[in-house]
Design a protein around this ligand. Structure first.
Ligand code: ADP
Ligand code: MG
Length: 342
């Protein structure tokens, strides 16, 4: 049923940011060390993600755009020990059914330099395979996102600058947290035919700190104002929870005037964790009333203590013993702030 298919698909890919996020996550899941993201005309004309990952096996060609096809789970139990971004097999199917066209070009180390160009119908069936050459890896090209959902397409075009900025903001999270991978984002404006570089991280041994520099530059804030965080939170004797990253020093003028530059990750996954965010803002305010902290924090936690399968975009996360964990973080930060005040 095409209509039901459209409804379901519409829930996975709801806007430009979820479309591009799904492609980038696929590239990360494929062990890429270099990923290029090309928006044409703010993503209105096309979105292309080019990676140097493992590529796609010929045997999988016919499956990848089918609903619920994923190569990332071998049994249902794997959901408990999940560490890949993808696991539902819905993203490509959704992109294929809502866009004008979806094309994949891919080569594996077995086929290189031979590669294949795959085109899919809006039902997810493979329409054609054409030969080409390419380095090992995969390029995914979406043209006219939401062409098959006219209201959404119109809305996207009308608000394209805002939608584009939201996409860049979400991609910024991945640029910050992804270590040992070079990410580059461009917007190509067809009329002027110029390729604007939006963000580029360094790749190779890039760590969070390098990425913060690459994304925001050294001018945005003074690195001396950030304290390196490396907390071990001993919740129970069995479970290890860690909080690592950077957080503003509470001394006067070390914060910022609005709550921007606040990034939280759980196991290197960009997430919305409102309670932790509120805690950090409130703690900071008790020392430095007029400002907000900058933070880039990654909570590392056993996979069996979290549930990321709450919303389709996987950004809302449930954490077991969240209150206890927040209390531990609170007391560690208070210690830190008291010491840095002295
Ligand atoms: P999921 O990521 O949940 O498995 P997707 O619909 O995003 O589902 O992708 C379907 C399948 O297509 C993946 O399981 C993977 O096998 C393959 N795939 C998609 N993108 C890439 C890529 N960039 N590199 C390698 N394989 C990919
Ligand atoms: Mg995926």
């Amino acid at each position: 049923n095409v209509d039901i298919q459209k409804i379901n698909s519409g829930q996975v890919i709801i806007d430009l940011q979820t479309a591009v996020k799904e492609l980038v996550e696929n590239s990360l899941d494929a062990n890429s060390t270099s990923i290029e993201i090309l928006f044409k005309n703010y993503g209105i004309d096309s979105i292309e993600v080019i990676d140097n990952g493992d590529g796609i096996d010929r045997l999988d060609f016919k499956n990848i755009a089918l609903n619920s096809y994923t190569s990332k789970l071998s049994s249902f139990d794997d959901l408990d020990i999940l560490n890949s971004f993808g696991f539902r097999g819905e993203a490509i199917h959704s992109l294929v059914s809502t866009s004008k066209s979806f094309q994949i070009t891919t080569a594996t180390k077995e086929t290189y330099p031979k590669a294949s160009i795959l085109n899919f119908g809006s039902n997810g069936l493979l329409i054609s395979i054409k030969p080409t050459t390419r380095n090992v890896g995969t390029s995914s090209l979406i043209t006219n996102l939401f062409e098959n959902l006219p209201v959404r397409r119109k809305n996207f075009i009308k608000n394209h600058k805002r939608e584009f900025n939201k996409a860049i903001e979400l991609l910024t999270n991945y640029c910050l947290i992804t270590e040992n991978v070079r990410l580059k984002i461009f917007n190509i404006l067809p009329k002027r035919n110029n390729k604007n570089l939006i963000i580029a991280t360094k790749g190779l041994n890039n760590k969070l700190k390098d990425n913060i520099y690459s994304v925001f530059g050294s001018k945005i804030f003074n690195f001396k104002s950030l304290i390196e965080i490396d907390f071990s939170l001993n919740l129970f004797s069995t479970s290890k929870v860690k909080l690592v990253g950077y957080l503003s020093n509470p001394s006067p003028k070390m914060g910022v005037k609005s709550p921007s530059h606040q990034y939280i990750f759980v196991n290197s996954r960009p997430v919305i964790l409102k309670n932790l965010k509120d805690l950090l803002n409130n703690l900071y305010k008790s020392f430095n009333l007029l400002q907000y902290p900058v933070f880039f924090l990654n909570l590392k936690i056993n996979l069996n203590m979290i549930d990321i399968n709450v919303t389709p975009d996987k950004r809302t996360i449930l954490i077991q013993n969240e209150t206890e964990i927040l209390n531990l973080i609170k007391s560690k930060i208070l210690d830190l702030y008291h010491n840095s005040d002295a």
